[in-house]
Design a protein around this ligand. Structure first.
Ligand code: A3P
Length: 312
């Protein structure tokens, strides 16, 4: 069991038996029946794969690089569908002052005033709203994938910083491989969306490609969103999305949130949300034995699938 101040009990939910905090059950039905709109823009990711980075990119492209509007917190501009179901409401509300502690995040996502609505989720495909799963509604969905070893260490640090965990990377990696961490199996998550990318409106992008050539990914996402950007705009946006710029940007760096955790002695590790931003950082953090186990698990999961030749 992961030590977690806010959700000390996990349940296994849905056909993939995804482990989620027991509080999720209060929102499961509402999410299943969520009213999807065809012009919504969704981002779906396994945690720590570059969600925030991509959300900022999507929002900026869809809003014609509205840097002034972008000074509002990303959490408000791009609500996180199920976050209210990840915490014990009373404890979070007592500790931190934020909208998702006070209101249902599902309501906040649903009742956005402007169009298109922007919605972030970490849910696996099997737990998405029915209208998305059965294709009754086909909004644009962008899925970000990242090397699971880097995502895993990033997840561990995030948990120690912002989720009340107290766990070292090698122990956490074992939970991750055993698919017992919050949101369960990394591979079921990836494949759930991968298998539907042709039938539904899903664009796959990779964290590693964003690191290698951000302007190309910006152009790809703009094309998917049916937005035209000049070369100059692509360059300006790439600068705005650079690691250094995002780290300083209080609308996206989560510092306000972390400060409240610090004040309430809920932070078990120094650091920041926009942390290292590197490819292959796991090599410096995981033990050789954990890396060996990780690689065997990756091989077992992708061999024989059409993901086998994807480089992440
Ligand atoms: P690290 O912990 O490896 O640094 P998510 O938004 O899905 O929680 O992902 C967070 C990860 O994305 C963190 O990874 C964070 O540093 C990284 N990230 C955020 N903004 C970034 C940027 N502009 N460039 C590179 N990485 C970024």
């Amino acid at each position: 069991k992961i030590l977690n101040e806010f959700c000390n009990e996990y349940v296994l939910i849905g056909e993939d038996r995804t482990s989620l905090p027991v509080q999720y059950l209060q929102f499961a039905e509402q999410i299943k029946n969520f009213e999807v709109l065809n012009d919504d823009i969704w981002i779906a990711t396994y945690p720590k794969t570059g969600t925030t980075w991509t959300q900022e990119m999507i929002w900026m492209i869809a809003n014609n690089l509205d840097f002034e509007g972008g000074t509002e917190s990303l959490d408000k501009r791009f609500p996180f569908l199920e976050i209210s179901g990840l915490f014990d409401h009373e404890k979070v509300f007592a500790a931190i002052k934020c909208e998702v502690a006070k209101y249902s995040s599902v309501d906040l996502a649903e009742n956005q005033k402007s169009r298109p609505r922007f919605i972030k989720t970490h849910l696996p495909f099997s737990l998405l709203p029915d209208q998305l799963r059965n294709g009754t509604k086909t909004p644009k969905i962008i899925y970000v994938v990242r090397n699971p070893k880097d995502a895993c260490i990033s997840y561990c640090h995030h948990g120690n910083l912002m989720l009340g965990w107290k766990i070292d990377v090698d122990t956490f990696a074992k939970l991750f491989i055993a698919e017992k961490s919050m949101y369960g199996s990394f591979w079921k998550h990836v494949f759930g969306y991968w298998e539907h990318q042709d039938s539904l409106n899903i664009l796959f992008i990779k964290y590693e490609d964003m690191k290698a050539d951000l302007p190309s990914v910006i152009k790809k996402v703009a094309g998917f969103l049916e937005k035209e950007l000049t070369d100059e705009q692509v360059e300006i946006l790439a600068k705005h999305l650079s690691f250094e710029s995002m780290k300083k940007n209080n609308a996206v760096n989560g510092e306000e949130f972390i400060e409240q955790f610090r004040k309430n002695n809920l932070v078990n590790e120094d650091g920041s949300f926009i942390r290292a931003g590197e490819v292959g950082k796991y090599k410096k953090e995981l033990s050789p034995e954990t890396i060996r186990q990780f690689d065997a698990w990756i091989k077992k999961n992708i061999t024989g699938t059409n993901f086998e030749n994807e480089r992440i």
